[in-house]
Write a protein that binds this ligand. Sequence first.
Ligand SMILES: Cc1cc2nc3c(=O)[nH]c(=O)nc-3n(C[C@H](O)[C@H](O)[C@H](O)COP(=O)(O)OP(=O)(O)OC[C@H]3O[C@@H](n4cnc5c(N)ncnc54)[C@H](O)[C@@H]3O)c2cc1C
Length: 315
Amino acid sequence: AVIDASGTWRTPNPLGAGGIAAEGEAEFADRIAYGIPDILGRDRALYGGRATLVAGSGHSAANALLDLARVADDEPGTTFIWTTRGTDLVRIYGGGDLDALPARGELGSDVRDLAESGRVQLVTGFATTAIREEDGRLIVEGDTADGLRRIGPIDRIVAATGQRPDLSLTRELRLDLDPWLEGVRALGPLIDPNEHSCGDVPPHGHRELSHPEPGVYTVGIKSYGRAPTFLLLTGYEQVRSVAAALAGDVASADAVQLVLPETGVCTVPGGVTVTGKTFAGCCGGPAPEAADGCCVADAEAKAAGRGGCGCGVAA
Ligand SMILES: Cc1cc2nc3c(=O)[nH]c(=O)nc-3n(C[C@H](O)[C@H](O)[C@H](O)COP(=O)(O)OP(=O)(O)OC[C@H]3O[C@@H](n4cnc5c(N)ncnc54)[C@H](O)[C@@H]3O)c2cc1C
């Protein structure tokens, strides 16, 4: 058997909003950091006293912005601008106290406070197209609803625009992948970030993680493809199931147990049907009405004895 657990960390998405490198992105690569640079540690000298643009609307961008704010507290002249391709920041601001992972909720609340404090210039609906140099500093160009906009001058860019799987390793194998997310097909409809924000996913194991190519499995964050919501807890149960299947213990491999901490942000009403099974979808609206913090749809499922609070409730 082959278990592909090679992650997505080495293949960050480009800054270019269309999914290919922006004009100038390769030329000025020495001034761009992908993911979360070590702003408070070894990279501090690169950011202190300088102007940085942070692109992205996920937790990586939030971490980078909060780190830059701390540097700015100590080093005058440290400024930062935040650009997001989308205009709705409800997911990054998160569920606050409703988030079952307190630190994740706090991260969202902190970055919202930062944005609302005015310390960071927030530009939403900005689709980066080009990076240019003027007088030794950088200008970032992007499309907006009002046409071309130029931001700068700045000194550095943090591209917190997510990761994608590197599929070259398995290119000669018959893999069954979700056409949008490039993760395993069975999980795609359940984790598509365009549809889901609640952070939960139904229990899944060796069957969902296998492919037409016999003996091949994709596990870990790579199984989610481009979706950014993977948690280690999911991976532990994935590999337990796959290992049990390879050891011939089908009963154990099929007995997948997974309850994930929800984000407290649910944006999609209704259910999702995957491989013949329907799962209650994330509930409608950011403000759950059930007293215990469960989404309404899930509370109904719970009352009917079909499970607890979350999207992963078989309807
Ligand atoms: C910034 C960030 C923060 C996160 N924080 C959390 C968190 O707090 N809690 C949580 O539960 N989850 C978190 N996650 C999500 C997820 O749990 C982690 O990304 C986790 O590390 C994924 O584990 P993995 O084993 O699938 O991939 P990885 O940890 O990326 O491991 C993949 C490994 O495969 C190796 N590799 C790659 N290609 C090859 C190859 N061709 N041959 C051999 N080896 C190869 C890599 O070098 C790497 O060591 C976070 C993710 C990110 C990006």
